[in-house]
Design a protein around this ligand. Sequence first.
Ligand SMILES: Cc1cc2nc3c(=O)[nH]c(=O)nc-3n(C[C@H](O)[C@H](O)[C@H](O)COP(=O)(O)O)c2cc1C
Length: 335
Amino acid sequence: MKQTRLCQLLGIEYPIIQAPMAWITCAELAAAVSNAGGLGTLGPEAGAKTQEEAKDLDIVERCLREQIRKVKTLTDKPFAVNFPIGWGKQKIFNERRITVAIEEGMPIAIVSMGSPELFTQKLHDAGIKVIHIVVSVEQARKAEKAGVDAIVCIGYEAGGHIGADELPTFVLVPQVVDAVEIPVIAAGGIADARGLVAALALGAEGIYMGTRFLATYECNAHPTMKQAVIQAGDTSTIAFGRRTGISRCLKNAYTARHMEMEASGATFDELREYERSGDDLGGWRRIPAALVDGNITHGSAACGAIAGMINEIISAGEVIRRMVEGYEAVLAKLR
Ligand SMILES: Cc1cc2nc3c(=O)[nH]c(=O)nc-3n(C[C@H](O)[C@H](O)[C@H](O)COP(=O)(O)O)c2cc1C
């Protein structure tokens, strides 16, 4: 497979990154991806067993230390940790998480939901490579100016939080490639070698996949969530929540109610309240309710539009192997 600048930058064999997914991208998955020649990533809540643990800063810190140490026992290859910076309490959590990850020798940081100016220098001073998440050309330029090493472009097809301007991967990637000098990584709607070749043709130097890695043995998502992904069809997901922060999830009772509320003029606070709690969640918040507890009816079941093409649960190594083999086959067909 083509060796891109991203492979050299990160010290990986194939330009394939496993995207972070909150609670369900743990040490086992990250190490399996890195061992197969890609780049594995720990999610922000990796290692937390209960919702209470994920809210306690001391436990969050301990979980991250344990997860990084575990990845290092499972692989000697590079891996990444995700920091969705956010604001308020979330920002404070991520400041602490960054300090811990530096102490534990994390080689690569994937920074989302925050300014690239905040932590890039601190991470670079510690010898860490920085990948920043963007959803527009303007954000990409800003990230490059702040000195990040590479950019991930998240298209509208992607699972989880997406850009308010709704730019699809096919539109966003080539425009960002033309606007910056640093390596660009394509995300959103990629699950097989056809997507990989298409992304490279658009000028990307790597790909970033979440939903495909959700349906793997090593991912610690609830079995019901994995089944929902492999049973999903082409129209099973929806992008919703334009007033409170758009994201793509499996269509369910929660997304239907949220959209009804928005259409009938619910305020920001009312929508936020509905997003955070519900009698139908067994005490969980929406995201872990779906991902960890398997409540795919009332939980926020983040999932990419490409789920319709993912029909079986396989190992993370097999995902990479099929990508690498398929890459040559797709190119041969094109020729
Ligand atoms: C279940 C799920 C959870 C996610 N959680 C996070 C997260 O914690 N942090 C983050 O930066 N992105 C998160 N994302 C977005 C992914 O990192 C990535 O951008 C997306 O999955 C790429 O699109 P794809 O699903 O089409 O592969 C999540 C996506 C999914 C599907």
